[in-house]
Design a protein around this ligand. Structure first.
Ligand code: PLP
Length: 455
């Protein structure tokens, strides 16, 4: 690709004016941001003409791959017809209503419970803020205003606004900005590799980890707990895949105490784990489901909450006006792009392809990575995967966190044409769902090369 971008100029504008999210500004200014200029399929290009295989789908977003004309066409057509109109004052628009019905039809019903309603936002963070508002409103309307506490998990990620960052279990986020806000508390994550006792099976660990929820409910007082929120598989925390026993036991516990269950599927929905929604895979019945990212494959911002019957009935029949919402709730262009994106996913059968073909193929390749001297544990679930890098595989000795082995590995990835994300000593991927087997082979060969260079 010809280099038509003046990299140094863009970098100087960037460092002078653009404060990047989750970034050490001074450090970035010293090195200069990589300027990404174009993308096609599963590859991105920087302004120097280097091609990188994007094993992170941007930021867990670009499920249908880059360069899909159908999505650009949908945005163009909708912009020409109706680029924006609000949905506050008793108006709606065609894409927003159509998409809400489509999402309702895609969400699997479990034990007769269905999701007939959608509350829209523009991001995962906003959606989780909406969850906090809806959950509190629900219990107020039921005459139990003391039920305010939402339980979440350490190392879970639910976003970066004040409420969503509070739900997130990242201590480094809480350390800035006096978080969490009141009435949000955390339990430990179900991370087998780190938290299992010696000799404990995965199933035993899953039950014990779910038990931490019951202990917390009893500590807080069951009549004060409003909801539990979790990601089906923790993504930003490092692709932490829970044992099979975990979610069914969580379901048993929330049922026992009558508390609401929120499934944050910002990463896991829309085929990423081989299902339209991941609660189906793990066999639980949430009351609210957060979505964003994959709903538009990241081509345009859109998020929201699928509102299950239990909550919707109370909000609609008893609620009166709900004093919450966003200028861009039900944005017509974002919803039109989402409809076109879901149509691609349906016509290319992406959830099923991940479930029956791509996911198992990736799993077999990842199993082989366990042979590498640097890898203590490699695992995948659908089309997310993680590797734990250790200093000494025999003893399990971990790297000094300050040396950041992950950042070193990521540097080798960047230099060798691969985007893979580092979370401490875990290397994680979430590739586009449109990969071929040959492209999975190519990605795994690059991962091996970068592991060798890190070793
Ligand atoms: N929830 C989960 C599970 C996420 O992974 C993320 C982002 O990665 C969010 C919420 C926040 O989404 P956003 O960055 O769109 O606000």
């Amino acid at each position: 690709m010809p280099n038509t971008v003046d990299t140094a100029h863009i970098q100087s504008l960037d460092s002078a004016h653009f404060l990047h999210p989750f970034t050490d500004f001074k450090d970035l200014n010293a090195r200069g941001a990589k300027v990404i200029t174009k993308a096609e399929g599963i590859y991105i290009w920087d302004s120097e003409g280097n091609r990188l295989l994007d094993a992170m789908s941007g930021l867990w977003c670009v499920s249908v791959g880059y360069g899909r004309k159908e999505l650009a066409d949908a945005a163009h057509q909708q912009m020409m017809a109706l680029p924006y109109y609000n949905s506050f004052f008793q108006t709606t628009n065609v894409p927003a209503a159509t998409l809400a019905a489509k999402l309702a039809s895609l969400a699997p019903k479990v034990d007769g419970r269905s999701f007939e309603h959608v509350f829209y936002s523009s991001s995962g963070s906003e959606s989780n803020d909406s969850n906090v508002r809806m959950v509190r409103r629900y219990w107020d309307l039921l005459g139990q205003p003391q039920r305010k506490v939402i339980i979440s998990r350490h190392n879970g990620y639910h976003g970066s606004t004040m409420a969503a960052a509070s739900l997130s279990g990242m201590s480094y986020m809480h350390a800035q900005g006096d978080l969490p806000i009141p009435n949000i508390t955390h339990i430990e994550q179900p991370y087998f590799f780190e938290n299992a006792r010696s000799g404990e099976t995965s199933d035993e660990f899953g039950l014990r980890a779910a038990g931490w929820l019951e202990a917390k409910i009893l500590e807080v007082g069951p009549d004060k707990v409003a909801a539990f929120i979790g990601e089906p598989v923790q993504g930003a925390g490092g692709v932490i895949i829970p044992p099979a026993t975990y979610w069914p036991e969580i379901q048993r516990i929330v049922d026992k105490y009558g508390i609401l269950l929120i499934s944050d599927e910002v990463i896991c929905a829309f085929g990423r784990l081989g299902h339209w929604f991941a609660y189906e895979k793990f066999g639980y019945k949430p009351d609210l489901v957060t979505f964003a990212k994959g709903v538009t494959s990241g081509y345009i911002p859109l998020g929201g909450v699928l509102v299950g019957d239990r909550v919707a009935k109370v909000l609609i029949e008893q609620g009166g006006e709900f004093n919450h919402g966003y200028t861009y709730s039900g944005h017509p262009v974002a919803c039109a792009v989402a409809l076109a994106n879901l149509q691609i996913m349906e016509s290319e059968n992406l959830p099923e392809r991940v479930r029956t073909d791509l996911g198992p193929y990736l799993a077999s390749k990842y199993a082989a990575l366990n042979e590498h001297p640097l890898v203590a544990h490699a695992e995948s679930c659908g089309f997310v995967a993680g590797l734990v890098l250790v200093k000494d595989k025999r003893t399990g000795e971990r790297f000094d966190p300050d040396l950041s082995v992950g950042m070193l590995c990521r540097k080798h990835c960047f230099a060798n044409g691969l985007v893979m994300r580092a979370v401490g000593d875990r290397m994680i991927i979430a590739p586009p769902l449109v990969m071929t087997h040959a492209q999975i082979d190519e990605m795994v060969a690059l991962i091996l090369l970068c592991l060798d260079l890190t070793w």
